[in-house]
Design a protein. Structure first.
Length: 176
């Protein structure tokens, strides 16, 4: 399972969340999970790769949200139904703001585009069928990083909001 999310600070930050599901599967048969092996791929940003607070927030939030859906985490000696994995990425982005011209906030040629550069973070969570190693669900969330990397409270709030929003998109029969 891959989970990749990097988000902006505070609830006011815009966050894009979506998911993909294999609709041919009976999700009612999945009741247990465990974390899969750590991803060998770095995020590409040492601020996350070396940040145990980020990893702990992701793991704790995913565990809490999945328990709320009726899934049980099993120990290493049991065979889980699902394996979970997450991955986080950071990328430079540009936003060319043409909203002013489009909605009439400025007129004529005296309305140059406003280019805003920012860091975007994405958190991806993958649910894999542990028996077949097949991806059965993927959720992802993306937002601006803003103060996220320097504020543990903003990091926790953002991770919690992203994971909760993704988990709401899981099939209703999961864990039932």
């Amino acid at each position: 399972m891959t989970l990749a999310l990097l988000t902006g600070a505070g609830c006011a930050a815009s966050m894009s969340v979506s998911s993909h599901v294999d609709r041919s599967l009976d999700f009612g048969r999945y009741r247990t999970y465990d974390w899969g092996p750590a991803d060998a791929l770095p995020t590409g940003d040492v601020r996350l790769d070396a940040n145990p607070v980020f990893a702990d927030n992701v793991h704790g939030t995913v565990d809490r949200e999945l328990a709320g859906r009726g899934l049980t985490m099993v120990d290493a000696t049991a065979t889980p139904d699902l394996l979970i994995h997450y991955h986080a990425t950071v990328a430079e982005r540009m936003d060319i703001n043409e909203v002013d011209r489009t909605y009439g906030y400025c007129q004529g040629t005296d309305c140059p585009p406003d280019v805003i550069e920012y860091e975007a973070g994405m958190l991806v969570i993958d649910l894999m069928d542990a028996r077949t190693n097949r991806l059965v669900w993927r959720g992802w969330a993306q937002t601006r990083l803003n103060a996220f990397l320097h504020d543990p409270e903003a990091m926790l709030e953002t991770v919690q909001r992203a994971v909760a929003t993704m988990v709401r998109q899981l099939p209703a029969s999961l864990g039932k």
